[in-house]
Design a binder for this molecule. Structure first.
Ligand SMILES: [Fe+2]
Ligand SMILES: [Fe+2]
Length: 164
């Protein structure tokens, strides 16, 4: 019960889900890159919709939980104008831009018939998000566990529940 009420544990568990999706995406990109047939490639690319929907909805909710629930409270201890929170915010924006490029490259295929653009931008997104998650798990969330009081954790959890 207590596990579910801890917002840091909840965010860490979101990360595991995101990592699973990134792994899945990596597998698709490998197949697309190796594919020699246009129709097979087209088919693989059309199957990426589930992943782009996850990025648009679930990943965005996760970012919002951090930006609107965790960061404001943790920022009282470690600041948010500079340092790790500032860097995390920049990386969220980078991720949103890369996801947009990735979706554009998918929607333009096969008109432009350049699957390399989709593979390249997909790989950049995987790289950015993997490093981002590692930094949060190993640095930011450690700081959160060190500083936040039980009452603050409850407050963050309550706020996170309202973000959908
Ligand atoms: Fe984040
Ligand atoms: Fe995160």
């Amino acid at each position: 019960m207590e596990d579910i009420l801890d917002p840091i544990k909840a965010l860490r568990s979101d990360h595991e889900v995101v990592k699973g999706v990134l792994n899945n995406l990596d597998g698709y990109l490998k197949k697309i890159g190796e594919s020699t047939s246009d129709s097979l490639r087209k088919n693989l690319i059309s199957q990426l919709t589930e992943i782009t929907n996850f990025i648009d909805k679930d990943l965005e909710v996760h970012f919002k939980k951090e930006e609107n629930a965790l960061f404001p409270v943790l920022g009282n201890y470690i600041g948010s104008e500079t340092g790790p929170i500032h860097v995390m915010l920049i990386e969220h924006e980078q991720s949103r831009r890369l996801a947009k490029d990735f979706k554009l490259s998918i929607s333009e295929y096969p008109d432009k018939n350049n699957h390399n653009i989709a593979v390249t931008s997909g790989r950049s997104l995987i790289g950015l998000l993997s490093e981002h998650i590692d930094k949060e798990n190993n640095i930011l969330f450690m700081m959160a566990d060190m500083h936040l009081t039980g009452a603050e954790k409850n407050e963050i959890m309550e706020k996170m529940r309202t973000i959908k």
